[in-house]
Design a protein around this ligand. Structure first.
Ligand code: SF4
Ligand SMILES: [Zn+2]
Length: 310
C-alpha cells in the first residue's frame, strides 16, 4: 500500500506560484437546485499544500510548500473578483482543504466573507476529517449558503484504504451528517477508475455504487471524475498494471446511468478528456454532450462515430 514517502518520491516538480495571486479563475454556469442556470465564479486559490498525500492526487502541483501570509488569500480573491463578472455562486477551491488552518489563515475569514458577501452560495472543498466546529465560525460570517465538497473517491472496501486518504466510509458518513445538521450543503467527488481496480466493468459498477452511497448518505450533488495519470506514482501504477486509464465511453456510460438512476444532481468533470479517447473525430462532440448534460441534468442522445464507441 503506497504511503506518503512513496507518493512523494515519484513526484515531478511543482509549478512556481505567486502567493498573492490565484493561479486560475473563470466564470461558468451551473444548474442550481431550483433547476435554473446560475452564474458561477470559480477561483483557484494559491495556498499551502494539503497535508494528506492521496495516491491519485495531482492538486499539489498548484500549491506552495509554506503557508501564505495573512491577507494574501483575501488579496487573491479581491484580484480575481476585479476581473470576473457578476455571479450568484462562488467556488473558492484551494486544491486542498479550506478549513486547514495552515492553508487558509483563520485571521482572513472576516475579509474573505466581506469580499463574498453578495454571493448566494459559497462552495469550498474540505477533507471529511476536517469537518468540525471551525467551519461554523466561517459559516456564521457568510450571508449566503455554504456548500462543502468532500472527496469520497470510492466506497470499494479494498481500494479506499489503499488511496492513502486516511479516510473510511464511516468518517465520510459522520462528516456529511455533521454538515447536514448545520444546514451546510454537500457535494462529493467520486472517481471512475481509482488505482488498484483494473477491470473495466467493475470500475463502472463501483463508481455507480459510490454515487448511490453518497446520495443515500445525504450528499446533494455528485461530481464524477475520470482518474488521471501524471503525478508520478499514478504513472508508475499504470506501468505496473495497477491503474487502468478510464475510457471516455465508460465515463459516458457512468454519467448516463447515474442520471437514469435518478441519483440527485450529477456533474461530469469534463476538464481535458483527451487522455481518455483515441478518436479525435468525436472527442469534441462527446465532451460537448457531457457539458450539455451537466447543464440540463438529463441524458442526451449518444454520439455516433466510426470508432463504434457508441
Ligand atoms: S485530500 Fe484532496 S487535496 Fe489532499 S491529497 Fe487527498 S485528494 Fe489531494
Ligand atoms: Zn470517434
Amino acid at each position: 500500500m503506497p504511503d506518503d514517502y512513496q507518493v512523494l518520491k515519484l513526484r515531478p516538480e511543482k509549478e512556481k506560484l505567486d502567493p498573492f495571486r490565484p493561479y486560475l479563475y473563470f466564470h461558468e454556469e451551473e444548474p442550481g437546485f431550483d433547476g435554473k442556470l446560475h452564474k458561477v465564479n470559480t477561483i483557484f486559490l494559491t495556498n499551502r499544500e494539503c497535508p494528506f498525500k492521496c495516491v491519485m492526487c495531482d492538486l499539489w502541483k498548484h500549491t506552495l510548500d509554506e503557508s501564505v501570509p495573512p491577507g494574501a488569500i483575501a488579496d487573491q480573491i479581491r484580484y480575481a473578483l476585479d476581473q470576473l463578472p457578476e455571479a450568484s455562486v462562488i467556488k473558492l477551491y484551494n486544491n486542498g482543504n479550506f478549513f486547514d488552518r495552515r492553508a487558509i489563515p483563520v485571521e482572513d475569514y472576516p475579509d474573505i466573507c466581506n469580499l463574498i458577501s453578495d454571493y448566494e452560495t459559497v462552495i469550498v472543498e474540505n477533507h471529511p476529517k476536517l469537518c468540525n466546529k471551525h467551519i461554523l465560525d466561517f459559516q456564521k460570517r457568510l450571508n449566503g449558503t455554504l456548500e462543502i465538497a468532500l472527496g469520497l473517491e470510492t466506497i470499494h472496501p479494498e481500494v479506499l484504504p489503499r488511496l492513502n486518504k486516511q479516510m473510511d466510509t464511516d468518517i465520510f458518513i459522520e462528516a456529511v451528517h455533521f454538515l447536514k445538521l448545520n444546514n451546510i450543503r454537500t457535494r462529493a467527488f467520486i472517481l471512475l477508475n481509482p488505482p488498484f481496480l483494473t477491470d473495466r466493468q467493475e470500475n463502472i459498477d463501483w463508481c455507480l455504487k459510490s454515487v448511490e452511497f453518497a446520495i443515500q448518505t445525504g450528499i446533494d450533488t455528485c461530481s464524477i471524475i475520470p482518474t488521471r495519470a501524471g503525478n508520478g506514482i499514478m504513472d508508475q501504477l499504470q506501468k505496473d498494471g495497477e491503474f487502468l486509464l478510464p475510457e471516455l465511453t465508460d465515463f459516458e456510460e457512468v454519467i448516463d446511468r447515474a442520471f437514469q438512476n435518478n441519483s440527485g444532481r450529477i456533474f461530469a468533470d469534463t476538464w481535458n478528456l483527451k487522455p481518455f479517447s483515441d478518436c479525435s473525430d468525436c472527442l469534441q462532440q462527446r465532451t460537448e454532450r457531457l457539458n450539455q448534460m451537466n447543464l440540463k441534468q438529463c441524458t442526451l442522445p449518444q454520439i455516433k462515430c466510426h470508432c463504434n464507441k457508441v
